[in-house]
Write a protein that binds this ligand. Structure first.
Ligand code: FCB
Length: 448
């Protein structure tokens, strides 16, 4: 048996997002977001589920924070709903929205937990979408104004700020693959939205520095590891394209102020251009204080003519899969973060999301014996430890998610929580994985 100890200052945390947990969509002066529209459109979300009630964290945040305190985490990552602050995206500030998050932030601080705030976790005010959404550069200006308002309201209280959650999802998943709100299927739109979000990120970081806001600022990209299934050059190239789409397309601009040229050419051949304006790339590549990585899975794949955007198809090689169909491939976490460090340097890295979806059952005594999720965490913690030991500046880990919640287009049936949400009563029941993580935090490590 070996003992894996984590550094004393390692930041353990959990993560959530506003639309996934808050509910109360018509309270506190909140305006509608694209997710209200999308989830209320028949056929978009499994089971017709919406975030109208979700986990009702808008009213139950104290209970959630008590769960965090009992878990012993140092930090909590949550997102601010832009339409609570600016119901129409721009214009008048809604004080009630700011007051709500002030209550959350103060309760976290009183519990000794560092708030880590995501500014954009997908709930774009619908009024802005009506004017073109992220395809329009005016949304960039609106975002920076919103960010500035929130920075000033909470200056000094927030340890970490994250501009965007998963720019790949905001752009391609939502505007090219059509799976998330607003649900378009257009390559050019995906490329444009990605670029505008990256510019918005850069301008927000600039504003943060200009205003002298305390704390750290970064962004979160979701990386996905793809490896070629064979040694054939076709397979290698196809896997490289798929990987670069998820990874370099976002990481290169953020750190180097460039896009991967081979993919720019690939998109151009399909009729899509990046709408770069003078100064954009310098703006995007603002120095950040940390990079957030969301990691869930990896895969193997091969060349297949006319398959998807990249002539690439995934090959099943026998991984266990979670109940959302994602391979359990913990070593890919190691490979991904090792690559991030080698390619992009010493910027501190936080895993801002990692976790697993399983179809949990509540037992008669209100427990959930989520053995597979607990194993998933254990295996990924082993890789975190390996990363730290090999010199990768991994500074923290946020489990996705504190509690079962509205899993976007999959609705409520897909559970990612370490706390079970009973959607009938809205009661919360910590699962075995919660107790496992609690023990790891309390002991500063675990035995393998
Ligand atoms: C990520 C999202 C998060 C959650 C997990 C499962 O893509 O950032 O909100 O839905 O996946």
């Amino acid at each position: 048996m070996a003992r894996l100890d984590f550094p004393q200052d390692f930041v353990w945390g959990t993560a959530t997002a506003s639309y996934q947990i808050e509910g109360a969509v018509q309270e506190g002066g909140r305006g509608p977001s694209i997710w209200d529209t999308f989830s209320h459109t028949p056929g978009k979300v499994v089971g017709g589920d919406t975030g109208d009630v979700a986990c009702d964290s808008y009213h139950r945040y104290e209970e959630d924070i008590a769960l965090l305190k009992k878990l012993g985490v140092k930090a909590y990552r949550f997102s601010i709903a832009w339409p609570r602050i600016f119901p129409k995206g721009i214009g008048e500030v809604n004080q009630e929205g700011l007051d709500y998050y002030a209550r959350v932030v103060d309760a976290l601080l009183a519990a000794g937990i560092q708030p880590c705030v995501t500014l954009y976790h997908w709930d774009l005010p619908q009024a802005l979408q009506d004017q073109g959404g992220w395809a329009s550069r005016s949304t960039i200006d609106a975002f920076v104004k919103y960010a500035e308002t929130v920075f000033q309201a909470f200056n000094g209280k927030i340890k970490q700020w994250i501009t965007f959650n998963e720019t790949w999802c905001v752009s391609f998943l939502s505007n090219t693959l059509g799976i998330h709100a607003p649900g378009f299927k257009d390559l050019q739109l995906g490329v444009t939205v990605a670029h505008h979000c990256l510019v918005a990120h850069g301008l927000t970081v600039k504003k943060f520095r200009e205003l002298g806001i305390q704390g750290e600022i970064g962004t979160t990209h979701n990386l996905n590891w793809c490896e070629p299934h064979s040694t054939s050059p076709e397979d290698a190239e196809a896997a490289r394209r798929s990987r670069a789409w998820n990874n370099e397309w976002f990481m290169d601009p953020t750190f180097k102020g460039t896009y991967p040229q081979f993919l720019v050419d690939w998109f151009r051949a399909k009729g899509a251009e990046v709408p770069i304006e003078p100064g954009d790339m310098e703006t995007i590549a603002q120095k950040i204080d940390f990079i957030g990585i969301n990691f869930y899975t990896g895969n193997y794949g091969r060349y297949k003519e006319n398959e998807g955007l990249f002539d690439y198809e995934e090959v099943q090689v026998g991984f266990d899969r979670t109940d959302i169909g994602w391979n359990v491939y913990p070593e890919a976490l190691y490979k991904t973060l090792k690559w991030v460090h080698e390619e992009y340097g010493d910027t501190p890295i936080y895993i801002t999301e990692n976790g697993a979806c399983y179809d949990d059952e509540l037992t008669a005594d209100n427990r959930v014996h989520d053995v597979k999720r607990t194993e998933y965490y254990r295996k990924h913690f082993v890789q975190c430890h390996r990363l730290i030991s090999s010199g990768v500046p991994l500074k923290g880990y946020f489990a996705w998610s504190l509690l079962d919640n509205f899993e976007w287009a999959e609705g409520y049936r897909k559970r990612f929580g370490i706390v079970y949400t009973d959607y009938e009563t809205l009661a919360r029941h910590p699962k075995d994985s919660y107790y496992f993580i609690r023990q790891v935090i309390a002991d500063g490590g675990f035995d393998v």
